[in-house]
Design a protein around this ligand. Structure first.
Ligand SMILES: Cc1cc2nc3c(=O)[nH]c(=O)nc-3n(C[C@H](O)[C@H](O)[C@H](O)COP(=O)(O)O)c2cc1C
Length: 182
């Protein structure tokens, strides 16, 4: 039985990397952590986990619809154990928007679901310009230009504050607010 199940919703894989880093740190603290795609996560997986966390990335202003569908379908199971949600987006590179209260995507999404996660987080993501298709690259460069971010089409830019990710992991592993909520 995993002490901690991390289910991710990703398009380009960065949210999975964040979940894997959380799991690594949690395991180093003796916590049995498992990482899986949200799309493969079943009720039995949630039921078998002592704690449950969802991480989801933003694309063109939205988390993937699978996230709201999942939490609406399994809310009672999720609520029956300590739980958390984190969002990954590049707006979170900006001071103020790097906290759950100030991140517009996270706040907007929370208003669309009944689930009230016990713990919320937001992490700045990663842009791999060369890996993007022309249309997406052009759009993201334009958005970055508008918001005074990097626009070099050859750059891979990682905004993620890994120390914050690791601090969150330590909390999930048992030393912080989520553990006290259990
Ligand atoms: C096509 C595309 C659209 C994106 N749209 C947004 C957006 O609207 N707002 C935002 O803050 N970040 C946006 N991002 C940034 C992603 O949230 C960021 O790259 C994140 O690390 C992606 O995580 P993932 O690899 O787990 O999907 C976008 C990225 C791409 C490639």
């Amino acid at each position: 039985m995993p002490d901690l199940l991390l289910a991710y919703s990703t398009t380009d894989g960065h949210t999975r990397h964040i979940c894997e880093r959380i799991a690594e740190v949690a395991r180093a603290q003796g916590c049995a952590a498992r990482v899986m795609p949200l799309a493969q996560c079943r009720a039995e997986d949630v039921a078998a986990a002592a704690r449950f966390v969802i991480g989801a990335s933003i694309r063109y202003g939205k988390h993937q619809p699978e996230v709201a569908q999942f939490v609406n379908a399994h809310q009672a199971l999720i609520d029956a154990r300590p739980n958390a949600f984190f969002s990954v987006n590049v707006v979170a590179r900006k001071p103020g928007k790097d906290r759950p209260d100030g991140n517009p995507y996270l706040q907007k999404w929370l208003r669309t679901v009944r689930w009230k996660p016990q713990r919320l987080e937001v992490f700045a993501g990663r842009i791999d310009f060369p890996a993007l298709r022309w249309g997406d690259r052009t759009m993201i460069r334009f958005i970055m230009w508008m918001t005074r971010g990097p626009t070099d089409p050859t750059a891979v830019v990682e905004f993620t504050d890994w120390r914050r990710v690791e601090a969150f992991a330590r909390e999930l592993a048992g030393r912080g607010a989520l553990a006290r909520a259990a």
